[in-house]
Design a protein around this ligand. Structure first.
Ligand code: GLU
Length: 276
């Protein structure tokens, strides 16, 4: 059993991250498995070395250990490009130069993964890509490519359940996702995450409930690439007093601030209702 905690070093870790990390290590311990740390540092406009250093410090302070070195996605861009080449050879991806503004102006609706892409560039071929274009996955073609129903196993209320994926969910609620970002050329989360889960042999993905609605896209990409689908376990999210998710609050108090104020890791566990 192998699981992972996969933070993005785009800000300091807060209590929501502490809950996620502690949960990942607890599941690994309960199942006598291994918890890995993975640094998802693919948003080159927002990652900072100091945030990555903070991740190592905060996790150690929480009493968590992992096999070192942690995998850092920025060191594997060549692998993500190779995956894109496989998808391109199958005609499943297309170049897209649309800005957010273009997408909104084309009448896009909000979906589970931001705006549902209205398909403006879907007719374009990879051979016509321009410098600075992003790359999207053509969901319709991808679904046609994988035969049979898509499903995965999720732990709900402690019990494994089979979740069937409805094509409509992928087509209408998510839409063609970005796999490579325009301008920066960074691999997008779905691509890097799915590839890394496979190469790291992740058997259990333990992560926040905010990512539950995106799991269908991960399962689809796994099937396209011939990767095994892990078991998913989405944990509750930590909110502030008004019920707002901490991840949505830019000023969510950093774990390092609590530490500087003299709190212990046991105090943190109390604050977030985490039981060992
Ligand atoms: N890097 C993602 C985040 O910080 C986590 C992705 C995952 O666990 O699948 O939200």
């Amino acid at each position: 059993m192998i699981t992972r905690f996969a933070p993005s070093p785009t800000g300091p870790l807060h209590l929501g991250h502490a809950y996620a990390a502690l949960t990942v290590w607890k599941v690994a311990q309960n199942l006598r498995g291994t918890a890995l740390l993975r640094i998802e540092d693919t948003d080159s406009t927002r990652v900072r070395p100091a945030y990555e250093a903070g991740i190592y410090e905060d996790l150690k302070w929480l009493g968590l250990e992992w096999p070192t070195p942690a995998r850092r996605q920025s060191a594997h861009y060549g692998e993500y490009d190779a995956v894109l080449e496989r998808l391109a050879a199958d005609g499943l991806i297309y170049p897209c130069g649309c800005t957010r503004r273009n997408i909104v102006d084309a009448g896009a609706r909000p979906g589970a993964d931001g705006m549902v892409y209205p398909g403006t560039c879907r007719h374009r071929a990879m051979s016509d890509a321009n410098a600075g274009d992003g790359i999207r996955l053509n969901i319709r073609k991808a679904l046609d490519r994988v035969s049979g129903k898509l499903s995965y196993i999720e732990i709900r209320s402690g019990q494994p359940q089979t979740i069937e994926i409805n094509d409509k969910t992928l087509l209408d609620d998510i839409g063609d996702p970005i796999l490579k970002r325009k301008d920066t050329g960074d691999p997008a989360y779905h691509l890097a995450c799915v590839h890394d889960d496979a190469v790291q042999g992740i058997t259990h993905v333990v992560r926040g409930a905010d990512l539950r609605d995106l799991t269908p896209i991960h399962v689809l990409i796994q099937r396209l690439l011939g990767y095994a689908t892990p078991i998913y376990d989405h944990h509750r999210l930590i909110t502030d007093d008004s019920g707002k998710r901490l991840a949505k609050i830019s000023k969510a108090k950093a774990i390092s601030k609590f530490r500087a104020e003299g709190l212990s890791s046991a105090d943190i566990k109390n604050m977030i209702g985490f039981k060992d």
